[in-house]
Design a protein around this ligand. Structure first.
Ligand code: ZN
Length: 461
């Protein structure tokens, strides 16, 4: 299979528009023409990471890369995006004919995000105003990438994307790209995830707090008996998060506890770092079902990454660093027998043992703790209202407190007994809850609601 497309190399002042050809055959070699072999290897290494971040494994085929005009090692990073599009096409995710008249402008990070090609360069060194090759009809560019075009260019279609997911998720709309400068390809389609909000009956309390947690990317731990709908609620979270980020779709990763530390955080295989579910869920939802069944080291190492959004993996083979911002939604049975509450068959000692599996410092990091599975009340907001509320920004300075709410909180036993982390998180939740209710001041009701969702931290967990 032969794929032809275009790249824009901002470091080539005289001929920035570069024709990119990729031929795939059986085998495992990478051959190059028009670029140094070492530069191609490096580019493939970067692409493996970027594509892994969007949950995609590059095809294992023998590739021949041909560039015209010739490029140097410094030029090649500008073509990573075009190469990524070619690899996605080889895997059937994009159409070869769509690529034929498309040029890709921007550089790619290891997490699959697009960078303005001007970043890291003195602007004087970069070409601006180079007229596109006549075969190019459409531009797909990183934020800011179109500023390198001449003002009078004849391209009719120019489309801004921020990461590879957006590139992959909008294939059907390629034919209909309209002429506006940067149409948001996201809002066009209805998302299947949106249906889940209305599909889930009752659970108004959980839905309320999942929406709030989605807006602020607060880690959630749900507790409820098996089959009570924890997984459905978690799947609904994909739609909430996608709406918050104004994306058509976001990653959804639900690794199995048996995968252990390697499955969750990553490992080294065949001499290369393999990202775990945490890194792959960047920008999306990381659902950890059976949370207490995960090996303790896997659970506990989450503590650090939840705080820093950064993971360093040190192994005998080498070190790797990933940055990722997943929204962590975990679920667990209320006790070892799984029945919970009235029907529970566990002895008090067994209950204690079950709850002890989760250390206090780890539990505290789950800002929102939900008891689910027996709430008949619907959520007061429809999906449409939630949809609008999620798109509305939260005030930068937070929300002020009514004085009586502040006073009663400051004097409460719960606050006195809570750790500093829990105090801070409860206050944040109270403000988020006021925002959810559309109030401009935090009231006692908001504080009460916030205290309600930190119950595990108090009740013997
Ligand atoms: Zn039990």
């Amino acid at each position: 299979m032969l794929i032809r497309t275009w790249g824009f190399v901002a470091t080539k002042p005289h001929s920035p528009w570069v024709s990119v050809e990729v031929r795939a055959e059986r085998g495992a070699l990478v051959r190059t023409s028009g670029l140094p072999p070492g530069a191609a290897q490096e580019s493939m290494a970067r692409l493996r990471s970027a594509l892994a971040h969007v949950g995609f494994r590059p095809p294992t085929q023998s590739l021949t890369l041909h560039l015209h005009p010739n490029c140097t090692k410094e030029d090649v990073p500008h073509l990573d995006l075009a190469f990524a599009a070619a690899l996605l096409t080889l895997a059937g995710r994009l159409q070869a004919q769509d690529l034929l008249h498309t040029a890709f402008v921007g550089t790619l990070t290891l997490s699959g995000h697009l960078h303005d090609p001007r970043l890291g360069h003195a602007t004087g060194l970069l070409c601006r105003g180079a007229v596109p090759h006549p075969e190019i009809q459409r531009l797909i560019h990183a934020p800011g990438g179109d500023s390198l075009l001449p003002d009078n260019h004849s391209l009719e279609q120019s489309w801004e994307i921020s990461d590879l997911l957006q590139l992959m998720s909008s294939t059907p709309s390629w034919q209909n790209l309209n002429a506006s400068p940067s149409p948001n390809p996201v809002k066009a389609a209805a998302h299947p995830q949106d249906l889940h909000w209305e599909e889930i009956q009752g659970e108004g309390h959980a839905k309320t707090w999942l929406a709030i947690a989605a807006k602020h990317r607060l880690p959630v731990l749900m507790s409820g008996p098996p089959g009570c709908g924890k997984t459905s609620l978690a799947k609904m979270c994909v739609g909430l998060r996608a709406q918050r980020l104004q994306m058509s779709n976001v990653p959804w990763l639900a690794p199995h506890p048996a995968g252990g530390v390697a499955g969750l955080l990553g490992a080294w295989r065949r001499g290369a770092p393999q990202p775990g579910a945490w890194a792959q869920a960047d920008g999306g939802v990381l659902f950890l079902d059976e949370f207490l069944e995960w090996p303790r080291p896997a659970r506990e190492s989450l503590r650090h990454v939840m705080e820093t959004d950064r993971l360093e993996l040190h192994r005998a083979e080498g070190s790797a660093v990933w940055m990722s911002k997943p929204w962590i939604v975990a679920a667990t049975n209320p006790c070892a027998c799984g029945r919970g509450n009235e029907q529970c068959l566990c002895t008090p000692a067994e209950q204690k043992l079950h709850r002890r599996k989760c250390s206090a410092p780890l539990l505290e990091r789950f800002a929102v703790q939900l008891d689910v599975g027996h709430d008949p009340w619907p959520c007061p907001k429809s999906w449409n209202e939630v949809f609008k509320w999620l798109s509305r920004p939260f005030p930068i300075k937070g929300i002020p407190w009514k004085s009586h709410a502040r006073d009663s909180w400051m004097n409460s036993d719960i606050r006195r007994e809570a750790s500093r982390r829990v105090r801070a998180s409860t206050e944040r939740l109270a403000e988020a809850h006021a925002d959810w209710r559309g109030e401009n001041k935090v009231t006692r009701e908001d504080v009460g609601a916030a205290v309600d969702v930190t119950w595990m931290t108090r009740e013997g967990w």
